[in-house]
Design a protein around this ligand. Structure first.
Ligand code: ADP
Ligand code: ASP
Ligand code: MG
Length: 407
């Protein structure tokens, strides 16, 4: 008997009716002869609601308590799904992250899975149970509850699939797979039949929140194929895996976007060794992840240093950077929180000239100002004004002919 791990996102378990729909889908998979482990997200907007509640009782909720609070969202959905399955006559049991053996480090709100101690899950499968695991959470060696970062249930699912030797991980959501751009922004976006781990990792990291980047990373590491498909239909979905044929015709695979970009510029920095480390080491120590970094060419040994962070981290980053800027003799520190980014991604872009030019020309024709540019071998990203992101995504999708159906 093969084992498969299913994962259902928040929209798919948003109310009692949808939970029963998911239960029926799981039973179908079970009746095809597979053993099934299921990972669920919290119902609908439950996680956002819990965060809002925490901030109603405290300006600065402690990170430990916040993680325990947020972990309850997934406990609600996992128990309800288990009850629905039992009520339909199928043996099932719910396990929280700790019971499922998801052991993490102790970085609250963004913990990383260190190991999966899967004995309990295996024992329950052997008893004939369908095992429903609360996603997004784990436990430290010291028995404190942690969460894995927003969207982290995907990571729980792939980590369990790897630990259990599952044949695949199937991630069910409210879209029919991975599209060439977010279908909410680009109605003409096309569903991809397949995509490589490498390309999906860039798409997810640069804003395609349909799957968590860490889940894709783990999939690649353990060679677990990940199917992304709809929980509302039986259509085929998109397979994320390692043996994708090289696409000769259209070398760009997709456009990703992210509205969550803020920028800090330290103006008039003396250009001498040690300055970058004086700024970025304390930021790292404060747990702030810095994305794009650009240092201008210096004029008379004075330069500007610009970097981006998530909007939610801007205030904290400014608190850290302002005193440092003063102490190193910089002129001032300025910030802008109304930015976003657009990226064009595709492994065929490697060593192929003209992609960057096409991207810049397209944005210029739309009169969209590019503030910063970063690239990897298979991606070009431009930081632009937040209110132009939608136009940029639509124009790039057309310019790279992603709206043309593959034959
Ligand atoms: P879930 O509730 O299943 O966790 P999410 O809302 O987290 O679902 O993720 C699914 C959403 O991701 C889709 O509704 C879609 O708007 C968005 N999305 C962003 N980029 C893409 C893409 N390239 N392909 C498909 N969906 C995308
Ligand atoms: N419920 C969590 C969130 O909303 C985790 C997840 O859905 O994967 O981010
Ligand atoms: Mg989600």
């Amino acid at each position: 008997m093969a084992l498969v791990v299913h994962k259902y996102g928040g929209t798919s378990v948003a109310d009692a009716g949808r939970i029963k729909n998911v239960a029926r889908r799981i039973i179908k998979a079970r009746e095809r002869g597979d053993q099934v482990v299921v990972v669920v997200s919290a119902m609908g907007d439950a996680t956002d609601d819990l965060i809002a509640l925490a901030y109603q009782v405290s300006e600065k909720p402690s990170s430990r308590e916040l993680d325990v609070l947020l972990s309850t969202g997934e406990i609600v959905s996992s128990t309800l799904l288990t009850m629905a399955l039992q009520n339909m006559g199928h043996p099932a049991i719910s396990l929280n992250g700790a019971q499922a053996g998801i052991v993490t480090d102790s970085s609250y709100s963004r913990a990383r899975i260190l190991k999966v101690e899967s004995q309990r899950v295996v024992k329950e499968l052997d008893k004939g149970n369908i095992v429903i695991v609360a996603g997004f959470q784990g436990i430290t060696d010291g028995m404190d509850v942690t969460t894995l970062g927003r969207g982290g249930s995907d990571t729980t699912a792939v980590a369990l699939a790897a630990a259990l030797g599952a044949r695949a991980c199937e991630r069910y959501t409210d879209v029919e797979g991975i599209f060439t751009a977010d279908p909410r922004l680009v109605p003409e976006a096309q569903r991809l039949d397949e995509i490589s781990y490498e390309e999906m990792l860039e798409m997810a990291t640069y804003g395609s929140k349909v799957i968590h980047p860490r889940a894709v990373e783990l999939g690649e590491l353990y060679n677990i194929p990940i199917l992304v498909a709809s929980s509302f239909t039986d259509n085929p979905g998109t397979l994320i895996h390692g043996e994708v044929k090289v696409e000769a015709r259209n070398k760009a695979r997709g456009v990703a976007h992210d509205f969550d970009v803020a920028k800090i510029t330290v103006v008039g920095v003396p250009d001498r060794p040690g300055i970058a480390s004086a700024i970025f080491v304390p930021l790292a120590e404060a747990g702030i992840s810095v994305d794009t970094i650009v240092q201008n060419a210096s004029i008379e040994n004075i330069t500007d240093l610009t970097f981006t962070v998530a909007k939610s981290q801007l205030a904290r980053a400014m608190e850290v950077v302002q005193p440092i800027a003063r102490s190193i003799g910089a002129r001032e520190c300025v910030s802008d929180s109304r930015l976003g980014k657009v990226s064009v991604i595709g492994s065929g872009m490697q060593n192929a000239p003209g992609y960057a030019a096409r991207m810049f020309r397209t944005l210029s024709e739309e009169k969209i100002n590019i503030q910063l540019i970063t690239t990897s071998e298979i991606r070009i990203t431009c930081i632009i004004a937040e209110d132009r992101v939608k136009d940029a995504v639509q124009a790039l999708h057309r310019a790279f002919e992603l709206d043309v159906e593959e034959s």
